[in-house]
Write a protein that binds this ligand. Structure first.
Ligand code: MN
Ligand code: MN
Length: 308
């Protein structure tokens, strides 16, 4: 089962301006074939379907623990999308109604690339790619053959890295760049961990193919602080007590990839410290929360008070 913690894996910097097309680019990392919905879906169902869980414990635990991290990545990218659609908080005012709407105040929204992002979703994220095509189950591979599934996961993480790099190269705003910088580091960890799992099972030193694509993380400024704090050497169990067996794969004297800051790989019990979830302000013109928001805020404040 799952435990939910009201934090993001990292705190995202506020966007400098409203940029719905940048949000659309980031959607590729959410609902694209190699996006976070796909890594989540693959590991989620592989972990459910895993045979001989007790006999293959370290390999089962690896897929199960990374599943939880991927759900947090879905959450992180979704927050980035909404923040870019929303823009700087100072530009929004959620204290009144929508004002005069007779002069098409949202005219610019008809020209954004993912128009449904505004019309249907009020600036929120959806499990679609950068063109609005739905994420779907065809992006999930679960064969029942552990070597084949791990090989698929290795390919998926390398592919995800390629897509993250391209999206990163298209973004100038700090919010989207931070999402990419962090996910490039974590994607590298996951590719590395699946490579080491395959090495344990087959003897093939598949980790020597990394990094794929061949872009050193040190060339991504937004990845630097995560390298400095050693994120590239850490794999989390994402559980209060379970999945510790991943240390049999991620550890045992194995070292960081050449080109990254050196050091031994390390399993961390639990989850990263994480950061605060950005408090998106309401936009009366998108009917969020609604005309007369102050009444809703008052009701919510009373309910919160009553529970203390
Ligand atoms: Mn991910
Ligand atoms: Mn991953």
């Amino acid at each position: 089962m799952f435990l939910r913690v009201n934090k993001l894996q990292i705190e995202l910097p506020a966007p400098k301006r409203q940029d719905p097309n940048a949000a659309a680019a980031l959607q590729e990392l959410l609902g694209g074939k190699y996006g976070e919905m796909s890594t989540l879906g693959n590991y989620l169902f592989q972990s459910f379907n895993f045979r001989s869980k007790s006999k293959l414990r370290p390999f089962y635990s690896l897929v199960a623990a990374i599943t939880a991290e991927e759900l947090g990545h879905v959450e992180l990218v979704s927050n980035g999308v909404a923040m870019l659609n929303n823009g700087p908080d100072s530009a929004a005012d959620d204290s009144g109604d929508g004002g005069d709407i007779s002069q098409a105040p949202q005219e610019a929204m008809k020209d954004i690339r993912l128009a449904a992002g505004f019309f249907s979703n009020g600036g929120g994220a959806m499990p679609v790619d950068s063109n609005g095509a739905s994420w779907n189950r065809d992006f999930v591979t679960t064969t029942g053959n552990v070597v084949f599934d791990l090989l698929h996961n290795f390919h998926l993480e390398c592919g995800a890295r390629l897509h993250k790099l391209r999206v990163y190269e298209s973004l100038s705003d700090p919010t989207g760049r931070e999402v990419c910088g962090y996910l490039l580091v974590r994607g590298s960890v996951h590719a590395h961990s699946y490579a080491l799992a395959l090495k344990k099972l087959t003897g093939v030193e598949i980790e020597k193919m990394l990094p794929t694509p061949n872009i050193p993380l040190a060339k991504i400024p937004e990845a630097q602080k995560f390298l400095d704090e050693g994120s590239h050497r850490r794999l989390y169990t994402f559980s209060p007590a379970d999945y510790k067996e991943i240390a049999g794969i991620w550890g045992q004297g194995e070292q960081a990839l050449p080109g990254d800051p050196p050091g031994e790989l390390q399993v961390v019990d639990g989850m990263p410290e994480g950061g605060k979830i950005h408090d998106l302000v309401g936009q009366p013109n998108a009917f969020t929360p609604d005309y007369a928001p102050e009444e809703m805020y008052e009701i919510a404040a009373k309910l919160t008070q009553a529970m203390r």
